[in-house]
Design a protein around this ligand. Structure first.
Ligand code: HEM
Length: 147
């Protein structure tokens, strides 16, 4: 029989850092920062200026020409993906009891999150609106940037 200890029972650790504690703290700290990043992102994209109807390729090109928005979106990408992946790890650990199934599922979450972080970071840092620029077909905004 497994006895579940009272929630406040102190854990005496023999060695090493308490990764689960740091994971718990990360979820709260990243959650707080994400509130600012996500609502700031939605406000600027959907409500400022022309609002949602102003979003097009040139709008995105303009944002990624600015180191401020590159940093904003990069931070949002890293914090949200690590937060989401760690949250999924918690849910898998709560529901999946078979050790190998659990390892496979947590492994899949880690691979997916790492892949999306690498891909997203590459897009944010290497985005070039003038790639394949053709003056004959480009819009006025893109022509004014790339010509
Ligand atoms: C608006 C900003 C956000 C805040 C304030 C926030 C806050 C939190 C907190 C405090 C937890 C821990 C709950 C617990 O341990 O009981 C949590 C869990 C979680 N979060 Fe977020 N979060 C935010 C955004 C996100 C985003 C963008 C994602 C997806 C990418 C996400 C996915 C998850 C998942 C999957 C869990 C685990 C849920 C569970 O344990 O049942 N969250 N969140």
């Amino acid at each position: 029989m497994t006895t579940i200890e009272a929630p406040r029972t102190p854990v005496v650790r023999k060695k090493g850092s308490n990764l689960e504690k740091w994971g718990w703290i990360y979820m709260r700290v990243s959650g707080l920062i994400l509130v600012v990043l996500i609502f700031g992102h939605l406000f600027v994209n959907l409500m400022v200026g022309e609002g949602i109807s102003g979003i097009d390729f040139a709008f995105v090109a303009g944002k990624y020409a600015s180191p401020f928005w590159q940093a904003w979106d990069g931070l949002m990408l890293w914090l949200a993906l690590i937060h989401g992946a760690n949250g999924m790890r918690t849910i898998i650990n709560d529901y999946v009891t078979h050790p190998r199934t659990r390892a496979v599922l947590v492994g899949a979450v880690v691979v997916a999150a790492a892949f999306l972080i690498v891909l997203g970071t590459l897009v944010i840092t290497t985005f070039d609106p003038c790639l394949g620029f053709d003056p004959a077909t480009a819009s006025d905004t893109i022509s004014s940037i790339c010509a």
